[in-house]
Design a protein around this ligand. Structure first.
Ligand code: FNR
Length: 362
């Protein structure tokens, strides 16, 4: 039988109730030190109540310098895991699969929130020194911002931070761990020759530039239980055709290596390395063709994200075997009940509105 949007998906021993995932989206809503607040519980809990199959946290920093803004989530201590535990518990109680995106913002860290202009934060304003594969600052090399080239010790520390973060995420009750290697943040910075100018074994050719990500995924896989899924989010391309950069062909080559390292699903996004990027299109399904290409290159499952807003559109992605998960971002900000509304539109009987809301049934 053909799979559709409301078919369940089994990955290892985890069964996701349908193919809708809430894309990771920063909420910039921590009051202090990366600890989850009521906002995170209500925001993510509402989307679980809204019927999504996977509910993923925003980029959650594996160490304090890995936050984009001082208001981002973190998971670098047991207190952080304790603060996230009620979020994971509520999402699970609502029948969704709780997932966490483990992240480090690299050279794009230490900023004000988008609605404050995403400006670089000076140390006396609560900012911090950013880290990168090479001392190539964001956004422009000749700009005023600075970033520090990571030492070998920093690289070892980073791997340890990802492992400790995964262990804490597990304690907090998450079932899926996603490694964030997209959008020009630290792990993507290692992949791209635009940002990685290293001459040691973590730079240079494709093998060198992909080494850190492969090692991080393998290390997370090692501590993440064998019955639970690991996802990796990648940017399929830097969209910088005028210079040597990360390309779709590189992603096709990387995807099977990520599967070998233990990734069960590749979540295919794009861009974020440099403001000169030329994204070919930004309309409906704008990145789906890259998810398809990645899907053809690897045995791993693929998630498509970007411009997915309609029930029929998401359903078609699954029915036509273009992706295994339909990952919905901004539409979930507009409509926490996207999945339930989609089920109504598609006449799917696999999903029911919460009993608490039954008096509003049509
Ligand atoms: C994002 N996005 C994002 N991506 C990611 O991997 N980690 C993150 O924390 C965030 N944060 C974030 C915040 C906000 C407010 C938005 C709108 C987006 C990108 C997001 O997950 C998604 O990939 C894009 O928004 C494209 O999908 P849609 O919105 O077209 O469905």
């Amino acid at each position: 039988m053909t799979d559709h949007l409301f078919s369940s998906l089994s990955i290892r021993e985890t069964t996701v109730r349908n193919r809708v995932m809430v894309s990771p989206m920063c909420q910039y809503s921590c009051d202090r030190d990366g600890l989850a607040t009521d906002w995170h519980e209500v925001h993510l809990g509402s989307r679980a109540t809204g019927g999504a199959g996977v509910v993923m946290t925003e980029a959650t920093a594996v160490e304090p310098r890995g936050r984009i803004t001082p208001n981002d989530l973190g998971i670098w201590s047991d207190d952080h895991a304790d603060a996230l535990a009620p979020v994971a518990e509520f999402v699970s109680e609502r029948g969704a699969t709780p997932a966490i995106q483990l992240a480090h913002a690299g050279r794009k860290a230490s900023k004000t929130r988008p609605w404050e202009g995403s400006e670089p934060l000076a140390p006396d304003e609560g900012g911090w020194e950013t880290l990168a594969p090479s001392a190539v600052p964001y956004p422009y090399e000749d700009g005023e911002a600075e970033t520090r080239k990571m030492t070998r010790e920093d690289i070892e520390d980073l791997k340890d931070d990802f492992v400790a973060a995964a262990e804490r995420a597990l304690d907090a009750g998450f079932e899926i761990a996603e490694v964030h290697a997209a959008h020009g943040y630290l792990l993507h910075e290692f992949l791209s020759p635009v940002t990685n100018r290293r001459e040691d074994e973590y730079g240079g050719d494709f093998e060198g530039r992909t080494r850190l990500l492969r090692e991080v995924v393998a290390a997370v896989r090692e501590v993440w239980p064998g019955d639970r899924p690991v996802f990796v989010r990648v940017s399929a391309s830097d969209w910088l055709p005028d210079r040597e950069s990360w390309t779709v062909e590189d992603t096709e080559r990387l995807a099977p290596l990520l599967a070998d390292a233990g990734a069960d699903l590749v979540d295919v996004s794009s861009g974020g390395t440099h403001p000169d990027q030329q994204i070919p299109q930004t309309g409906p399904n704008y990145q789906v063709r890259y998810a398809e290409r990645v899907g053809e290159a690897t045995e791993a499952l693929v998630g498509a994200v970007g411009g997915i807003t309609e029930a029929e559109q998401a359903d078609a992605l699954i029915r036509n075997d273009r992706a295994d998960l339909a990952i919905v971002g901004r539409e979930h900000l507009r409509d926490p009940y996207f999945a339930l509304h989609a089920a109504e539109k598609l006449d799917a009987d696999e999903v029911e509105w919460p009993i608490q809301y039954s008096r509003a049934a049509k």
